[in-house]
Ligand binder design. Structure first.
Ligand SMILES: C[S@@+](CC[C@H](N)C(=O)[O-])C[C@H]1O[C@@H](n2cnc3c(N)ncnc32)[C@H](O)[C@@H]1O
Length: 465
């Protein structure tokens, strides 16, 4: 039987693939089904057919899996944010661990690596300290909203529907951010609606309002509001900032990122502080960090503490070591390790993050951390030439993993231990495989920072083979 596009077929889901989709294998042919879980029997329609697999969407739930639970979030059936909410958390962790094992085996061809049980997230709701909501003039309506003629489709502030680049679900209550964030978001939504200016249109590239980014500090309970617009408009934004500061005393910072770039990225070409401070403060362990709007900071604060404790443990520092931290962001790992190392050198491409890192080190009275700005593939050779760097290297790259020239340079530098922190098991596996002639993987510890998604953070300890 062929599974050509448009065909309707009843299937049983037998697994969950990395990427989060359910997998059915009628007649041994893999079909990936969005929002379906192992044990579900579903009627699906094939939406894409390739030589070795097909993709499908659910038309009808014939019999739900016994493991399913009712998702707590109203938008869970549509939103691209939390696609696994209908799966109990213990099941999510089981699949996340399996995905790390599968990636190591199939992508890295690394068999028999010890992968430990996932360290769970301490909180599975209200844990996200940063949310980026998009503004769109094209609102996507839920089936309930479709029945209400009063709801207009010309404005939405929220998250994307997967598979659409411009359709936004208007989200009033996002359960993975602390609740006050929803109150702030709803105040801003009302202001935007009454502002007389349009939300950005991703097709015509017209419209003023682009993104609303909210950051919060779990230690101090303070908030940052970052309004991303396509041009300046102090007359409009200053009163909004005044209202927000008056209504929500938790807000410590309101900034405006301005970008006329076509790319749908919430980083401004430049930034203006409209009210309060440029940064907010967060505490990790015994250290305080200042975070600016565009700097990377782990989105699950308690998860970050678990992650960095593990980095400490794997680094096995005695106080004598030189540590190089590649992809150092706002300096969180160097500062976390500083008390146990002789010196920590961080390298990071985003200039504002390096400035934050230097300020953070100073603020915490740390004198043995040094931060360099630049693309690691270009600057690593000259930076390390002045150091003895055969002790420990910590590597925490973005999702795409390491550039192959960086992998080659790391092998040449030959640190005794490498602690590789990764948010993407696929690129982790690829990079570990590239290093396997020189380094053996002692163990991999997954840490869950992203409940209700297929994403999983992992920390791998590598020692010289
Ligand atoms: C996953 S984050 C890790 C940040 C930090 N270790 C932490 O835990 O907060 C990856 C960082 O790599 C930086 N980055 C991405 N590409 C880079 C490159 N080619 N050279 C240097 N830094 C880069 C990003 O700006 C980001 O801060």
């Amino acid at each position: 039987m062929g599974f050509q596009k448009g065909k309707i077929v009843e299937v049983e889901i037998i697994d969950l693939a990395f990427g989060g989709m359910g997998v059915a294998k009628p007649e041994g042919f893999p079909i990936f089904v969005e929002r379906a879980f192992p044990g579900d029997r579903v009627m699906v329609k094939i939406t894409k057919k390739k030589k070795n697999y097909a993709e499908a969407r659910v038309l009808e739930m014939v019999e739900p899996s016994k493991v399913r639970q009712k998702a707590p979030c109203y938008y869970a059936d549509y939103c691209g944010g939390c696609r696994w909410q209908a799966l109990p958390y213990s099941e999510q962790l089981k699949y996340k661990k399996q995905h790390v094992i599968d990636s190591l085996e199939h992508i890295g061809l690394l068999k028999g690596v010890l992968v430990k049980d996932v360290i769970p997230s301490e909180e599975i709701f209200g844990f996200r300290n940063k949310m980026e909501f998009s503004c769109s003039n094209s609102r996507w309506l839920t089936s309930e909203e479709l029945e209400n003629p009063e709801i207009k489709k010309d404005f939405g502030l929220g998250l994307h529907v997967p598979g659409t680049f411009d359709k936004i679900i208007d989200i009033e209550n996002c359960l993975i951010q602390p609740d006050i964030g929803n109150q702030i978001l709803n105040h801003i939504r009302q202001y935007i609606k009454e502002s007389g200016l349009q939300a950005y249109n991703l097709k015509t590239h017209e419209g003023f309002w682009r993104f609303v980014m909210l950051r919060s500090s779990s230690a101090f309970g303070t908030w940052m509001v970052n309004l991303v617009t396509n041009q300046e408009n102090d007359q409009l934004l200053n009163p909004l900032a005044d209202q927000l500061m008056a209504k929500f005393p938790q807000i410590a910072s309101v900034v405006n990122n301005i970008t006329a770039r076509k790319a749908s990225i919430a980083t401004g070409e430049y930034e203006k502080v409209i009210a309060g401070d440029r940064c907010i403060k967060e505490r990790l362990g015994e250290f305080i960090f200042e975070i600016s709007a565009n700097s990377f900071f782990q989105t699950n604060t308690k998860g970050a503490e678990a992650l960095y404790s593990l980095v400490s443990k794997y680094s096995e520092l005695s106080g004598k070591e030189y540590v190089i931290d590649l992809y150092s962001g706002t300096g969180t790992i160097p500062i976390w390790l500083s008390k146990d190392a002789r010196q920590v050198i961080g390298i990071e491409i985003v200039e504002s993050a390096v400035k934050d890192a230097r300020r953070n080190a100073k603020f915490n009275n740390i004198t043995n951390c040094e931060f360099h700005v630049g693309d690691i593939k270009d600057v690593l050779p000259s930076i390390v030439s002045g150091y003895s760097c055969d002790d420990v290297m910590v590597i925490d790259p973005p999702r795409v993993g390491m550039h192959k020239d960086v992998v080659a340079k790391v092998i040449e530098l030959a640190p005794q231990r490498i602690v590789y922190v990764s948010c993407n098991p696929a690129t982790l596996s690829r990079d570990l495989a590239l290093m396997k002639s020189k380094y053996r993987v002692v163990e991999v510890q997954p840490v869950d920072m992203f409940p209700h998604t297929f994403h999983i953070e992992s920390v791998a300890l590598l020692k010289m083979a």
